[in-house]
Design a protein around this ligand. Structure first.
Ligand code: CDT
Length: 313
């Protein structure tokens, strides 16, 4: 029997710095209702879906930003989202800033099934940007100040009849992310993102943001025979424009659904997980064709080191 998941990619428009959790949860519930009308099994929300992208601002004392973090999920303000999803019989995946009882801070993605049970939690591995204020930038990208790098890797979880991996934003640019999922049989990879269009260290890349977004996710899907769902929080948030272009990609690497506007909007696709086998069992039959002994540098070496130049070079 084939396993098909009706997936809703729930793109969000901007969230203001003063918007309350109640404001945002009302928007998320509205998207859930649209997903129910589209008979979705699973709705995927973006990274940091409950708050503005606060790493764009510097604070000397990071505890001044504690109100952007969740200390429990669900908490009093997010409980209505969990209740409504369960009532509708829809699972969901949501990104938020997590503050643990030990005071640790993570950029986190949570997957909940149709019965309201937690399927899995992922904490962001690749934390981009910087940890000190860099006044030359038009806006900051201080994720490295406000979040720890997770050392929990890229786990997969069984849910919705398949094998699911979660990743967040910058993770999608790294081929290792998808391969680690692929090696665990991932059939559906969920990715939430906030990607500012302006990339201060190399503005030549600004115009390529949409191209790079598709490039990495389409390659990751194809090379690992998995569905990839990339969901944006886009539009102009507190003066900073971020990429929208929420996309659902088949294991062939082809785009099967994509938003063409920014703002809160749902796009859906029937993700037939059986299509994964067409790639996992043939061209990308890892057990048959991979050569891990040829890839040892991948885990042994962190930075790129070119060989020394000969005196004649
Ligand atoms: N949220 C996130 O990870 N954004 C990064 C921006 C990189 S620029 C510092 C991204 O890769 O889209």
């Amino acid at each position: 029997m084939s396993t098909t998941i009706q997936v809703g990619a729930a793109q969000m428009g901007p969230i203001g710095r003063d918007d309350t959790r109640q404001d945002v949860v009302a928007r998320l519930i509205d998207l859930l209702h649209k997903a129910a009308s589209a008979e979705c099994d699973l709705v995927v929300f973006p990274e940091l879906a409950l708050t503005t992208f606060f790493p764009r601002w510097f604070s000397e004392d990071i505890t001044e930003f504690d109100h952007y973090y969740e200390t429990e999920m669900p908490g009093p303000a997010t409980q209505p989202l969990f209740d409504e999803a369960k009532r509708l019989g829809i699972g969901f995946c949501i990104g938020y800033a997590e503050l643990t009882p030990e005071g640790r801070r993570f950029n986190t993605y949570l997957l909940i099934d149709k019965s309201g049970r937690q399927v899995g939690k992922y904490r962001k591995v690749h934390i981009p940007g910087h940890d000190q204020e860099e006044p030359w930038r038009p806006f900051q990208h201080l994720e490295r100040r406000y979040f720890e790098e997770s050392d929990e890797g890229f786990p997969v979880f069984r849910g919705f009849g398949g094998v699911i991996g979660m990743a967040l934003c910058n993770d999608r640019r790294w081929s290792e992310t998808y391969r680690v999922f692929g090696l665990q049989g991932a059939e559906l990879i969920l990715i939430g993102y906030n990607t500012p269009l302006h990339y201060a260290p190399d503005p030549d890349q600004n115009a390529l943001q949409g191209f790079h977004n598709h490039l990495v996710m389409q390659a990751g899907a194809y090379q690992n025979g998995a569905w990839v769902v990339g969901v944006a929080k886009g539009g102009i948030e507190e003066g900073v424009e971020s990429l929208s272009q929420t996309t659902i990609i088949a294991p062939s690497g082809q785009i099967v659904a994509q938003t063409i506007t920014s703002g809160d909007i749902l796009v859906t696709a029937r993700c037939n997980l059986d299509l994964c086998a067409g790639y996992k069992d043939t061209l990308f039959n890892f057990a048959r064709y991979r050569r891990p002994e040829a890839y040892s540098l991948i885990t042994e070496r962190k930075g790129s080191i070119a060989p020394p130049m000969d005196s004649e070079d």
